[in-house]
Design a protein around this ligand. Structure first.
Ligand SMILES: [Zn+2]
Length: 308
């Protein structure tokens, strides 16, 4: 469930997508209209021959979510504030158990089950995109926290007197490392977009690869913030690996090279210094695969390999 689209899939016990459905999110409409679009996705999946074998339903939603109450308040969907999404979905799926997690936690579940964190007992997975989200695997299990938001690394402060963040704090990782902030910082420092006028972080990444010093500096600053957040996490809970996905991770070495270098500055203690940084492998389907993995763990109805 996101601010632009509502995607659903039937996922089998090996993480394969057997059927898909998708609708645009009527994000500016009232809550009932948004739910109507969710119901259309569910109806489309229920029409598939595989539907009778569905044992549980997982939801990964843009946040904030409150899994303890079954409610969601996606920032970009103003018609849903503390909206009882779990109850509304449960009414439409014939008593199957429904598990809700935040989208960063869902991506983490997917990368642990089928992706770059497979076989790792302790991992941080991050989505670096329009925002910065994340989730944790601890002791071999997805760690959701009481409300389904644990691991939300984008709103850890890494710059004590830094710029105000929309969340209300200052100097958050997201305020420095998200795609829009990478682009904003480059523009403010004098980077000029190319003839196509593309002012996104992807265009800044292309300029950085071509050697543009301002573009490189903006990515290095983002890498520094991510490194500080990863180091803090490694120091707190002893993660072995940090997996990074999302559109900004598509910048490749422009991001990953300074990130690995900066990590050596911040992750210094013996038990934290070995943390690896890997790109995510599942891409845009991670949310769907991860929602299924979270449902598997949440209900205990079936075992997800790798989720020991
Ligand atoms: Zn923040």
């Amino acid at each position: 469930m996101g601010g632009t689209k509502i995607a659903g899939a039937l996922v089998d016990s090996r993480g394969r997508l057997l059927a898909r459905a998708r609708r645009p999110t009527p994000a500016r409409e009232d809550g009932a209209t948004v739910m109507g679009a969710v119901a259309e996705v569910l109806d489309a999946l229920a029409a598939d021959a595989g539907w009778p074998r569905v044992r549980a339903v997982g939801i990964g939603s843009a946040g904030p979510v409150d899994a303890s109450r079954g409610t969601v308040s996606p920032v970009n969907v103003p018609g849903w504030r503390r909206y009882p999404l779990v109850e509304e979905v449960a009414r439409r799926v014939s008593g199957r158990p429904v598990t809700l997690v935040g989208d960063g936690v869902a991506m983490t579940a997917a990368e642990h089950w089928r992706g770059a964190a497979r076989g790792r007992a302790n991992a941080l997975c991050m989505v670096v995109s329009t925002g910065v989200g994340g989730g944790l695997v601890l002791d071999g299990r997805l760690h959701t926290g009481p409300t389904g938001n644990a691991g939300h690394i984008g709103h850890i402060s890494v710059d004590l007197d830094g710029d105000p963040c929309p969340c209300g704090a200052r100097g958050c990782v997201e305020r420095i490392a998200s795609g829009p902030n990478i682009a904003r910082r480059a523009l403010e420092a004098g980077w000029h977009p190319g003839p196509d006028g593309d002012r996104t972080a992807a265009a800044v990444a292309a300029a950085a690869r071509a050697g543009d010093a301002v573009a490189l500096a903006s990515f290095e600053r983002a890498a520094q913030a991510l490194a500080a957040g990863i180091a803090a996490t490694a120091t707190l809970v002893e993660i072995e690996v940090a997996v990074i996905g999302g559109g900004v991770a598509g910048a490749g070495d422009v991001l990953f090279a300074p990130l690995r270098a900066r990590l050596r500055d911040y992750a210094t203690l013996s038990f934290a210094a070995g943390v690896e940084v890997l790109p995510a492998v599942l891409g845009p389907d991670a949310g769907l695969v991860g929602a299924a993995a979270a449902a598997a763990q949440g209900t205990g109805l079936w075992q997800v390999p790798g989720a020991r």
